[in-house]
Write a protein that binds this ligand. Structure first.
Ligand code: UD1
Length: 357
């Protein structure tokens, strides 16, 4: 079996790492294909180092552009690659534009199966580009690997999903469990809030971004705030002339995987608009305040340590302060089924299934 494993953007790398290990363990011929959607050292190379990922066999080097241009460029290059090398299976992970582009190409090629890892997640918010990417990728996939029962249910509910559905657990959790004991929490003699922010709905609208940055500035009067800034957000802060709000905040360029994990492990609260961090904080029992109106990781609200606050500055401030002042430590109440699924072996289950089909 010849496999192409596709990565493109930051949240793909930690999902690919355990799959690479499982493919190697079973001696499967695997080519790691990097689309180049993310290309800065901070957003890509550092993750390869931290996660012991091998150098990609091919980098399509598409870089940044509009959604349509980026998707089209990935498709054109990836199609040539598939025609030349003819893999048996293409594995895509997550919900970024690289996931969608390579899925569209694979689905139209003869004799190549498409496997989607992290299938079935839904925010039911079609204004999110990731939701569109998830829906289309799932419709096109032959094998759909779900993190949990809810994700599988979302697929069973959809008339347009044709592939085989498997509940295997979460490869991102595989990486978290694999890495967490290797690091000690960030040393700090005072509590701190760790912030990540990059969703276009928060960053590309001046009012929303100002509302959020004002809340951070207000928080920084009470507690240390650590903010590694995504390049998209950094550019928007300059474009909207909002840098003054960051005066009392400890800002950084984006952290690598291990550095972020260390910082997250020691944080009192994580304030974020990421999808994956909602899950990681739940596993680590850390309060998470999410600057979104909805989430594709609903269990983090009911079983985990997460709360949604949107981009309302007052709500952000109040909820983070509530968490900071709470006398009860954050504690997730993961049900038995989920605990079984989060055993660090999701990638191995996926590869074993692919070897059998
Ligand atoms: C992408 C994903 C998002 C994911 C996020 C993680 C899509 C639709 N979105 O969003 O789901 O949560 O990655 O980071 O695929 N840029 C750089 N250097 C880089 C990469 C990006 O400067 O290495 C800047 C460019 O100005 C670019 C902007 O960031 O235009 C946005 O990058 P892009 O990959 O389009 O989307 P993200 O916001 O990173």
């Amino acid at each position: 079996m010849k496999v192409f494993l596709v990565v493109g953007a930051r949240p793909n790398f930690m999902k690919a790492a355990p799959l690479v290990r499982a493919l190697e363990k079973h001696d499967i011929d695997c080519r790691l294909i990097h689309t180049g959607q993310h290309y800065d050292k901070d957003m890509s190379d550092n993750f390869f180092e931290d996660l012991d990922l091998p150098k990609p066999h091919v980098n399509l080097s598409v870089g940044s552009s509009t959604h349509a241009e980026q998707t089209a460029q990935i498709m054109t290059s990836f199609e040539q690659l598939c025609v030349g090398t003819k893999p048996d299976v293409v594995i895509v992970v997550g919900d970024v534009n690289s996931t969608l582009a390579c899925s569209l190409v694979t689905a139209k090629m003869e004799n190549i199966k498409l496997a989607h890892v992290e299938a079935g997640l839904r925010s039911f918010d079609r204004t999110m580009p990731e939701e569109i990417n998830r829906i289309v990728t799932d419709m096109l996939s032959d094998y759909l690997f779900c993190t949990d029962y809810k994700a599988a249910e979302n697929l069973y509910d959809s008339k347009d999903v044709m592939g085989e559905v498997y509940i295997v657990g979460d490869v991102m959790v595989d990486t978290l469990l694999y890495s967490i004991d290797k690091i000690s929490p960030q040393k700090s003699n005072e509590p701190y809030v760790l912030v990540t922010l990059h969703r276009p709905s928060n960053t590309d609208n001046k009012n929303n971004l100002e509302e959020i940055l004002s809340a951070l500035s207000k928080l920084a009067k009470n507690v240390k705030v650590i903010f590694p800034i995504h390049p998209r957000t950094d550019k928007k802060i300059d474009e909207f002339k909002l840098r003054k709000h960051l005066e009392n905040i400890e800002t950084h360029s984006p952290f690598g995987y291990m550095e972020f994990l260390r910082c997250m492990k020691g944080a009192s609260v994580v304030l974020t608009d990421s999808g994956g961090i909602q899950v990681e904080t739940t596993i680590l029992n850390i309060y998470c305040v999410t600057m979104r109106e909805n989430t594709e990781q609903g269990f983090t609200l009911t079983e985990g340590t997460n709360v949604l606050v949107g981009s309302d500055g007052d709500k952000i401030y109040e909820e983070v302060m509530n968490c900071l002042l709470s006398s009860v430590p954050a504690c997730s109440i993961l049900n038995k089924e989920r605990k079984t699924l989060y055993d660090g072996q999701a990638a191995d289950r996926i590869i074993k299934i692919l070897m059998e089909v």
